[in-house]
Structures are given as structure tokens and as C-alpha cells.
Design a protein around this ligand. Structure first.
Ligand SMILES: Nc1ncnc2c1ncn2[C@@H]1O[C@H](COP(=O)(O)OP(=O)(O)OP(=O)(O)O)[C@@H](O)[C@H]1O
Length: 297
């Protein structure tokens, strides 16, 4: 018995003569939200299809709980939201979800579920009249149906407006809160930066990073940006601190995480000459660029 929701060990997958997944290891604990990042063609969808048991792998093992992908037990415990989710256009939202509930043997309160994803007004409308965001919400209602061990979401927010994105992440948090491990393949770095517990990065089928944002940041040792606003004379501040002048009134400095406190002490020692200080740690975008580039070397 494993306490992991998803375990991937040494997985390799070829497409023709090309190795598209190379010795992939990845584990998700119950309730963990993990972002799966990578350039186009990095292997994210291939990994998700392998977890679903839709395509065989060359070597290595994948387990959903203790179940083999594609087995009845793994299918019951895995939910999937594809990027372009499609349903029968002639069915209403209520009919479609009731059908899914019957197929999966779940006793579900369909109207409550559709209300949860913001579709109560469209309950009895044909899906053919739904917008992309509404279809995506219906897909999420389907994910919520069975209390899955693992939810695999492929670009879940693509094409959604900002409010719908926030709603969707609130539902993802709810899923994780009930113990579902959530793997989110995405290109939306700013979003996943704030809404996931861990980041895994694939590059050409190789996993090049897998850790919390804080640990990845520390490992990368990328500089922290300090923006110092002068009370009066930004030129004098720049001459004293070094760094570059920005927007007339401020000076921007880069320092390593190890030198941060020393830099702050120097700034504080300038007293009244400094009006304000802002500190910006590296963003996921910077880290993503760092890890992708590092793997090239
Ligand atoms: N059905 C297929 N037949 C042959 N090669 C494929 C097939 N599907 C994917 N590939 C190849 O496998 C590699 C990984 O593709 P995959 O779709 O997993 O990438 P991805 O990270 O999901 O990309 P994207 O961000 O563009 O969706 C690519 O080189 C792609 O060309």
C-alpha cells in the first residue's frame, strides 16, 4: 500500500524513433497541487495520456494509488479535464452530468454540482449553446463528480476570462482540500506560481526541475531586485549604492540572496535620503527561463 496518490518511476516513452519522455520520476501526495510546465512538445500531454493509460510506455511504472493505469480501479480514481473539452451538443448540462454520474455509478446532486461551478442558470440549456468557459466549467463539474484520487487538468484556464480563472482555481483548491492530488499542465506561469504547491518542469521529455517555488528559487540562486526610491536626489543615491537609475526617482539594484541583508543595511544607513524600498524575489518566469536554459548546457 502506498500513501501516494500518484507514483511515476523511470518512465520512458518513444514516438517513432524519438524519445519523448526520458526516465521521468514524479510523485504526488494526496491534496498536493503540482504544476507541470514545459515548452510546446516537452511531453506534458504525453505524460498525462500515459497516466490515463491511453498510451503504453516503453519502460518504467505508473501507479494511481496502487492501481495500474487503465485498470478499472485507476479509471475510477482518475479524473481528466482535457484542454478542449467536448460534450454532446444536443444534451443539456443537467442531462450530460446525470449521464456521467450514472456511468460512473456515483449518486450525485447534479443541480448542486452545476451550481458549484456557476452553471445553475444554464442547467437546462443545450451544451451546443455554451461558451468555451461554460464547457470548461461543465468539465470541472465532471471532475468533481467522483472524488478522484488524482485529477489531471490540461491547460484548464486557456480561453477563460480572469474571473472564471479565479473561480476555477478556487474549485481546484476545493478538490485538493478534499484530498485529490491535482496535476495541472499549463503555460500560464503567473497563475500557477500563486496557486500550486510544487512546480515540475519538463524539457524535451526530461524533468529538469521538481520542487517548491522557494526551493527552486534558492537552488537557482537568481538575483533579488531591490528598487530604492530617493527622497530628493536619485543621482546621489545611484552614485552611493551603484545600480541603475529608473523612472527619474529610483535606483534598481540586483543582489544575490546571500547579500540581501548587507544590501538592506547599506540602504538603511542612508537614512532620510531614501524614501522607500521594494524587494522583488525572482518570479516563476525567471526560474522557468533559468531551468530551461540550464538544461541546454
Ligand atoms: N500521436 C503522436 N505521434 C507522434 N508524435 C507525437 C504524437 N503526439 C505527440 N508527439 C510528439 O511527442 C512530443 C511531446 O508532445 P506532447 O504533446 O506531449 O507535448 P506537450 O508538452 O503537451 O506540448 P504542448 O504544450 O504543445 O501541448 C512532441 O515531440 C510531439 O511531436
Amino acid at each position: 500500500m502506498t500513501d501516494k496518490a500518484l507514483t511515476i518511476r523511470h518512465v520512458c516513452k518513444d514516438r517513432g524513433k524519438t524519445r519523448v519522455l526520458s526516465d521521468i520520476d514524479l510523485t504526488l501526495a494526496p491534496g498536493e497541487r503540482v504544476a507541470l510546465l514545459g515548452h510546446n512538445g516537452a511531453g506534458k500531454s504525453t505524460l498525462i495520456k500515459s497516466i490515463l493509460g491511453l498510451i503504453p510506455v516503453e519502460s518504467g511504472t505508473i501507479r494511481v494509488g496502487d492501481a495500474v493505469p487503465g485498470s478499472a480501479s485507476a479509471r475510477r480514481d482518475t479524473a481528466y479535464l482535457p484542454e478542449a473539452v467536448s460534450f454532446h451538443p444536443a444534451l443539456t448540462g443537467r442531462e450530460q452530468l446525470t449521464l456521467f454520474a450514472r456511468l460512473s455509478g456515483e449518486r450525485a446532486d447534479v443541480p448542486a454540482l452545476l451550481d458549484r461551478v456557476g452553471l445553475s442558470d444554464a442547467l437546462d440549456r443545450r451544451i451546443g449553446t455554451y461558451s468555451k468557459g461554460m464547457r470548461q466549467r461543465l468539465g470541472l463539474a465532471q471532475v468533481l463528480l467522483g472524488r478522484p484520487k488524482v485529477a489531471l487538468l490540461d491547460e484548464p484556464t486557456s480561453g477563460l476570462d480572469p474571473i472564471s480563472r479565479q473561480d476555477l482555481y478556487a474549485i481546484i483548491d476545493e478538490l485538493a482540500g478534499q484530498g485529490t492530488a491535482v496535476l495541472i499542465a499549463s503555460h500560464a506561469l503567473t497563475e500557477v506560481e500563486a496557486r500550486t504547491d510544487r512546480i515540475a518542469i519538463l524539457r524535451k521529455g526530461v524533468k529538469v526541475a521538481d520542487d517548491t517555488l522557494a526551493n527552486l528559487s534558492e537552488l537557482a540562486g537568481l538575483p533579488i531586485k531591490l528598487r530604492v526610491r530617493a527622497s530628493e536626489n536619485a543621482d546621489a543615491l545611484a552614485a552611493e549604492l551603484g545600480g541603475s537609475r529608473v523612472n527619474g526617482a529610483s535606483v534598481e539594484l540586483l543582489c544575490s540572496p546571500a547579500d540581501k541583508m548587507e544590501a538592506l543595511r547599506r540602504i538603511a544607513a542612508m537614512g532620510e535620503a531614501v524614501a522607500d524600498v521594494e524587494m522583488a524575489p525572482p518570479k516563476l518566469e525567471d526560474l522557468y527561463r533559468h531551468y530551461a536554459r540550464e538544461a541546454l548546457q
